[in-house]
Design a protein around this ligand. Structure first.
Ligand SMILES: Cc1cc2nc3c(=O)[nH]c(=O)nc-3n(C[C@H](O)[C@H](O)[C@H](O)COP(=O)(O)OP(=O)(O)OC[C@H]3O[C@@H](n4cnc5c(N)ncnc54)[C@H](O)[C@@H]3O)c2cc1C
Length: 418
């Protein structure tokens, strides 16, 4: 088989890779290869369909002490942002126009643009975009996994990469030559060992905890169980919320010990910008935390009947002492302490592995310890986000569908010399 030659190759078809593909198509680089094992909107579809959006209002069915409360929350970020994502590029707009209705775009259009939605709406939107994009003549979709890529021509203005793809439907590896590679390979919840060794405690994967339908089946409902939850991030608060909902419905004997080092931190809406836009609690999680988890609320809140806060502030010695005192009572352990990049393909130059670091300003990679740019190699999505600085000088990494888009609109023209 002859080696396909492409203007670019995008690794990954999550929201990050899909946004990149749309941006590259705008640059008219010829054929663009797009590689992903499933082309089903990445992790947001596989793992987080049941997660309420971070940043918008949502509803919660919450039954404690015999009553059901539904909370509806408004925030400044809206369903409108998913709609904006779906129409940023010309190629996306063409898909939206040509997809038979009803489709994920028309479903989004029926939601209140100023409110939140569950993430499955966003996942379905990316999937419908994907289904349309893979049909284009200038896109070469490859169902499989990029295992390796070597830089075979280092000319800064016209580099060439030889990329190896392990195909899903064949034992043969496919080779594709590409002038540019964009890594949009995603991230997974950071794994952390049990802080106290020798205890008989089962670790719960954060992805499982964020999927209430599976979580309910994975835990016994007819015996007392105590779950240790570690962290105070957005994911940690969603985990607490899911456990509280289980305890108040199908798992009445479930209790939580919540190990946290610091006070809850919220995004704050300032004059035209958001303080802690990427690290603070927002929307549904913020509302729950403010109403039920703050120290002055927990003692009397419905969540406080389920959750005991274990204060781990004050340094490593105190934290270790808290774990030794409290963890032996727990039957399960769930750490929500961040996300780690998924493994990258084996990248080489002159036969040697590339030791590189990402430049969060430009989306390019440098060889570690030097200013030397790795030609034709780029990154985007949750694994390679933009670094942003707010008016107070706080530095954050910008993660989210719309934020990926904003970054790409700025940097893609420079990737292609446009
Ligand atoms: C719990 C949670 C909730 C979130 N909620 C929101 C939200 O409400 N709003 C928002 O805007 N953002 C949200 N985000 C942030 C972000 O938008 C998502 O994490 C999003 O899924 C990131 O997209 P991605 O394309 O970078 O990565 P992924 O979705 O992980 O996609 C990566 C893709 O690359 C593929 N891949 C990996 N390696 C290879 C390889 N070697 N070869 C081929 N394919 C490969 C994977 O199979 C996958 O399909 C949330 C994140 C989390 C964790």
């Amino acid at each position: 088989m002859t080696t396909p030659k492409c203007g670019a190759l995008v690794v990954g078809a999550g929201p990050g890779g899909t946004a990149v593909l749309g941006g590259l198509l705008e640059q008219q680089l010829g054929k663009i290869a797009w590689v992903d094992p499933s082309f089903e909107s990445g992790r947001v579809n596989r793992k987080y369909r049941e997660v309420p959006r971070w940043v918008q209002s949502s509803e919660r069915s919450f039954k404690v002490s015999g009553s059901i409360t539904n909370s509806y929350i408004n925030s400044n970020t809206t369903v409108k942002l998913f709609q904006t994502y779906s129409t940023v590029w010309e190629s996306f707009r063409t898909v939206v126009e040509n997809t038979p209705q009803p489709n994920a775009f028309t479903v989004l259009d029926k939601l209140d643009p100023n409110k939140t939605c569950r993430l499955h709406y966003a996942a379905d939107m990316v999937r419908d975009l994907t289904d349309g994009l893979v049909k284009r003549d200038d896109v070469l979709p490859c169902r499989g996994f990029v295992t390796a890529a070597s830089l075979i021509d280092k000319t800064p203005d016209s580099p060439k990469w030889m990329v190896r793809v392990k195909q899903d439907d064949s034992s043969d590896e496919l080779e594709i030559e590409a002038s540019r590679i964009v890594l949009c390979t995603g991230s997974h919840p950071t794994k952390t060992p049990l802080p106290v060794s020798g205890l008989d405690i089962e670790t719960l994967d954060l992805d499982l905890v964020l999927k209430p339908s599976l979580l309910a089946e994975s835990l016994p409902s007819d015996e007392p169980i105590t779950i240790a939850v570690v962290g105070a991030s957005h994911s940690a608060i969603l985990a607490l919320l899911n456990f509280v909902e289980l305890a108040s419905t199908s798992h009445p004997q479930l209790r939580v010990k919540w190990f946290t080092r610091h006070a809850l931190r919220y995004a704050e809406y300032m004059d035209g910008w958001i303080l802690r836009d990427n690290t603070g609690l927002k929307g549904h999680a913020a509302e729950f935390a403010r109403a039920e988890l703050e120290d002055d609320k927990l003692a009397t809140s419905p969540a406080g009947k389920i959750i005991t806060k274990i204060d781990c502030s004050g340094g490593p010695d105190r934290e270790t002492a808290q774990y030794h005192a409290q963890l032996p009572d727990c039957s399960y352990f769930c750490a929500a302490v961040g996300f780690t990049k998924d493994p990258l393909p084996h990248l080489t130059k002159d036969g040697a592995p590339l030791n590189m670091e990402f430049d969060h300003e430009t989306g390019r990679f440098h060889e570690r310890g030097s200013d030397s740019v790795v030609p034709g190699l780029f990154g985007a999505g949750i694994a390679f986000p933009e670094r942003v600085v707010d008016p107070y000088g706080n530095v954050e990494l910008a993660v989210g569908f719309f934020k990926f888009m904003k970054f790409l609109k700025r940097v893609i023209p420079s990737w292609t010399g446009a």
